[in-house]
Design a protein around this ligand. Sequence first.
Ligand SMILES: Cc1cc2nc3c(=O)[nH]c(=O)nc-3n(C[C@H](O)[C@H](O)[C@H](O)COP(=O)(O)OP(=O)(O)OC[C@H]3O[C@@H](n4cnc5c(N)ncnc54)[C@H](O)[C@@H]3O)c2cc1C
Length: 366
Amino acid sequence: MKILIIGGGIAGCSAAYYLSRDGHDVSLFERDSVASHASGFALGGITPSFGDSPKDSYDVLSDYSIGLHRDLAEELSGGNTEKLNLLNKASVKLTTEYSYMEHMLKTYESYATDYAKDIRWLSVGELSHVDARISPDVLGGLYVGEAYETDPYKLTLNLWQAAEQCGAKLINRGVTDIVVQGGRVSGLVAGGDEFEADSIVVAAGPWSSSLLLNLGINAPVTPLKGQILRLDAPGPPLKVSLWWDTDYATTKPDGLLWVGTTEEKVGYDDRTTSAARDRIIRSAVEILPYLDDAELVQQTACLRPMTLDRLPIIEAVSEPQGLIIITGGGRNGILLGPSMGLAAANFVAGSEFPVDISAFSLSRFS
Ligand SMILES: Cc1cc2nc3c(=O)[nH]c(=O)nc-3n(C[C@H](O)[C@H](O)[C@H](O)COP(=O)(O)OP(=O)(O)OC[C@H]3O[C@@H](n4cnc5c(N)ncnc54)[C@H](O)[C@@H]3O)c2cc1C
């Protein structure tokens, strides 16, 4: 089948990989360049999710996606497993508030028998063995051994290159319209030209909603800006990634300590700001006081595609037929990207996705 994909982020490139591997005639439309937005600038934390119970649909999808990341590290590496930088690196979620600690302890109790995730509750004393530089104001932390980190730019690019090797083509144009005839998608318009399609995958990140609105489809995805600082920090690297509130700190393979982040509703403005820089540094120094002596090397900002309920949209809509939507990865779009791409390939093949994704249908907003 002739499949046109809109968007060269992790969602679109994952779809391109799985669809071209299945033998379809795939073209990817990207108006800038592959991984030039959130998928190229994210932190790359691949950490399990913790909802109300291990059976939570989002948790099940996250776990399945972690498995896909491990598979991709093998499949795309061509024998060089270091190539994608998928590192098994424990994460520890910290808290300085008693009320939140109670909530975390409840989470720990619900998930403790999920042995595959290797979860432990660490008291203040135990935390000092993880890293003695953590502030004494921290009350404890939830340790997750089965967590990973990736380089999202490399991963997205490698997915695209693998798709290209299977025959996928990149068309460097912005899509302005999706064309529908007789209740089915028949093509799209880009740069004034029309391209025919049997099926179209919308993976345009936070820009997806405007493309879909032209078809009368309300997909409530909006941009949520996040900023990250890369610091030259004194002393040895952090051996685990540390998370607290909406923030985090981790030493990446470039040797720099990445700290973040913000959640800013400022439309499509993706410029860095000094206000965000100051807030991120203040928060990081509260948890890791030694970072007072760190030097700022780089500051980045990008836009997450975020839905109203923070869950992704993974859907093959019934009207018009042939239209697939994979977006809304939110703060976990790198983690979920391979699942969203594989789901698109399964929709085209008419096969069931291995885990239940009905909770991510667009119908939940109607
Ligand atoms: C600061 C920050 C840190 C993050 N850290 C993590 C993390 O640690 N772990 C994690 O899992 N996730 C993380 N994320 C989230 C993750 O980056 C995003 O959810 C994910 O990258 C979204 O991927 P996407 O492919 O849906 O969208 P994007 O990466 O935004 O890609 C969409 C692409 O579509 C293109 N496009 C849009 N409209 C059109 C059009 N009309 N025609 C042609 N092309 C078009 C755009 O140019 C863009 O390249 C982070 C995000 C931020 C901002």
